[in-house]
Design a protein around this ligand. Structure first.
Ligand code: COA
Length: 332
């Protein structure tokens, strides 16, 4: 019998420093009202200087391992999704591996931005179904704060993002009682320029110039309206694909856990499926958009709050830079 992948532990970690919309008002021409009304964000967490993505990943991983009752030494593989690795290279998964006190197991970074966690979970699922690995740590972690320009020039991006990490431990399960039922991964690279961090990249010679700093070119670029429009459509498509593949009705889904990009996107998805907001998880008011970390943070919170119980169907769904979009249907 082919084993299924079961999530046996969840955990998250966010830095202690809370940055409110009112704090941002002091740094740029923005307002609590604008940010709240357009995005649902009230505050976010920022790391202290010197704390990197792998540090947040470590804390979230320790919490997930504890929740799973698993020792780090039992892991066979690590997958870490991030768009903000500690260094250009090596990958942050390698740094996490050594911080966990491990020496040999493989460690892979995934670079699909806001859908990174679902891509990473899907990779873990394939390794488990083929029998290659038994226990895999899957993490989403980001440090955005030191890449945000805290001025009016950077406000369209800087008010949206926060730092944090979430993790799950995935294990092979032959009981036949649920687990990850399916994952669905998509991309359309023709929209790459609608949401991108262009520098430092290999296409430019030299990769970085002093002018890039002055001009603001080192900041991420986002066409907010285009992203919003595509996100709503792709979120709904990806949810429908997961339901159809498994012949599951939306009414049998206990909770949808969407990537936390904007509360208005979450509300549009709930409305499209005729769901009350209790069935579509949202914590963006506390953390902002934490990219690859947002789904595992939300999942860990939902589990801790008792909103996901054994036997429940849950759908994870994400959309982001690439464009990429993805979903997963899990029987808990
Ligand atoms: N504070 C105050 N005003 C701001 C602002 C800020 N932080 N950022 C932009 N503005 C201004 C704009 O300059 C614009 O001014 P103008 O009308 O004088 O030109 C006005 O607010 C409206 O900007 P606009 O970009 O049209 O707002 P919007 O309603 O589209 O909301 C987003 C902007 C970014 C919140 C919204 O487009 C969005 O959430 N998009 C999706 C983002 C996303 O999901 N990204 C992550 C990918 S997963």
């Amino acid at each position: 019998m082919t084993p299924r992948s079961r999530i046996i532990g969840t955990g998250f970690y966010v830095p202690e420093k809370v940055v409110t919309n009112f704090d941002l008002e002091k740094l740029m021409d923005t307002s609590d009202q604008w940010i709240r009304e357009r995005t649902g964000i009230v505050e976010r967490r920022f790391v202290e200087p010197g704390v990197g993505t792998s540090d947040l990943a470590l804390e979230a991983s320790k919490n997930a391992l504890k929740n799973a009752g698993t020792a780090a030494e039992e892991l066979d593989f690590i997958i870490l999704a991030t768009l903000s690795p500690d260094y250009c290279f090596p990958g942050s998964a390698c740094l996490l591996q050594t911080k966990l006190g491990l020496k040999k197991i493989g460690a892979l970074d995934v670079r699909t931005q806001c859908t990174g966690f679902i891509y990473a979970l899907s990779i873990a699922d394939q390794y488990i179904k083929t029998g290659m690995y038994n226990k895999i740590l899957v993490v989403g972690a980001e440090v955005h704060s030191n890449a945000l320009e805290m001025s009016t020039r950077g406000r369209d991006i800087s008010v949206l993002f926060g730092d944090g990490a979430g993790a799950v431990v995935v294990e092979a399960d032959e009981s036949g009682n649920g687990g990850i039922l399916s994952t669905h991964l998509h991309a359309d690279g023709k929209y790459a320029r609608e949401l991108m961090g262009e520098h430092p990249g290999s296409i430019r010679h030299p990769r970085v110039t002093p002018e890039m700093l002055d001009s603001g070119e080192l900041n991420a670029y986002m066409n907010g309206r285009a992203v919003f429009k595509h996100a709503v459509v792709r979120f709904c498509e990806a949810i429908e694909e997961a339901l159809k593949t498994n012949n599951v009705d939306i009414q049998s889904v206990r909770l949808i856990i969407p990537h936390q990009a904007n509360v208005r996107i979450t509300e549009a998805v709930a409305q499209r499926f005729g769901l009350t907001l209790e069935r579509v998880y949202s914590n963006i008011h506390k953390y902002g958009n934490t990219t690859a970390a947002s789904i595992p943070i939300a999942l860990a919170e939902a589990v801790a709050e008792g909103k996901v119980k054994q036997g429940d169907n849950i759908v994870l769904v994400a959309f982001g830079s690439g464009f990429t979009w993805a979903s997963a249907l899990i029987k808990w």
